[in-house]
Design a binder for this molecule. Structure first.
Ligand code: MD6
Ligand code: FE
Length: 157
């Protein structure tokens, strides 16, 4: 099972034969990614500031849809240019269990439940921690049905 992905903002994250990278165009439409809605940019900037990262200006928002059974294995987010900017993650829809690990893949992760509306910010010395999502359990949410939507705001370029 894999996560369905799209993007909004100036840059979008794509994975293809050439590997993982950020592009200014959606390869499925050959058009620029849709603009980041101002209210969402503001939410990401305010959440980052509350966590000590003033002036966070995301240029990319990854949109991930997790169907039941879908997981994301432990990984680091390291395709961005500037690791001094945090990552802001907004969870919508059904519940998930987030794993927050250390700087080595082998470090034992802690588990955190994430519910509709939860926001996680990681940055500074924690920016490159391994993280992931356990398989989504079958459940229903009034707004998203069986799915979980995750938005991650980044300064990619
Ligand atoms: C989450 N998402 O879904 C965390 N990373 O709660 C991620 O860590 C993530 O959704 C890289 C690319 C897409 C993602
Ligand atoms: Fe990630």
């Amino acid at each position: 099972m894999s996560v369905a992905m799209s993007n909004c903002g100036e840059l979008g994250w794509v994975s293809d034969r050439k590997g993982y990278r950020y592009t200014t165009m959606d390869p499925l439409t050959n058009a620029p990614w849709p603009a980041l809605p101002p209210c969402m940019q503001q939410l990401a900037t305010e959440a980052a500031a509350l966590c000590g990262f003033a002036g966070f200006m995301p240029d990319a928002c990854l949109i991930n849809r997790y169907a039941p059974g879908t997981r994301m294995s432990l990984h680091q987010d390291k395709n961005e240019q500037d690791f001094s900017a945090p990552i802001v993650s907004v969870s919508l829809g059904v519940d998930a269990v987030f794993q927050l690990g250390g700087l080595q893949r082998s470090d034992k992760p802690l588990r955190m439940g994430l519910q509709h509306g939860d926001v996680v910010v990681w940055g500074g010395e924690d920016r490159l921690r391994f993280h992931g999502v356990l398989p989504i359990k079958p459940q229903q949410h009034p707004l998203t049905g069986a799915d979980r939507i995750n938005l991650t705001f980044r300064k990619a370029g």
